[in-house]
Design a protein around this ligand. Sequence first.
Ligand SMILES: [Zn+2]
Length: 214
Amino acid sequence: MFDSGKVTSNFQSEWERRALEVLREPLESGVVTVSRAARSAEFPARFQLVAAMNPCPCGWAGDVCGRCRCSSEAIARYRGRISGPLLDRIDLHVEVARLPPSELRQDAPLAEDTASVRARVVAARERQLARCAKPNSQLGQAETASTCRLSAGDHALLERAVDSLQLSARSLHRIVRVARTIADLAGEVSIGTAHLTEAIGLRRAARGLDAQGS
Ligand SMILES: [Zn+2]
């Protein structure tokens, strides 16, 4: 989160699975290594990935209108193009339902205006830089353990979530870093149960997709 640069794409219609898998290394390490014969070069590649995909080939799965006629096999095949290991490296998974026309009107009231959100994000980023001289997303495992402390009860909550959602160790560390960021956005010194629960919830949406991954 909060890295400079951004890539926005529709995951599935524009990219082959093989091309998407190449994102795994830079998403994890922030660098790309190119090796040719005896030589190897490393290039900086720290970026923020923002990607969207449809829930099924026709795009209507889960909608209240019930228009989706895709078979479960077709949906599994479609979602299986995004691997579990790639999803693992994406911190926030959010399902977005179709909005009713009344909410799309230009004069529809906003929950919070952009300037206020921006101010909160800037303040949260400053807290992170003051704490570790880097954004939470770039914390290593040891730094995550020392700066993103959870209460004993929250540790148990996280372990239960990892078990029931069958999450990887990588996901676990990423959830803790997201919880730290949510606490930073709220201006809280410590990570609370509500922050951790929200971070776990941001992993939950993709569980159906992970099951199809390799
Ligand atoms: Zn469909």
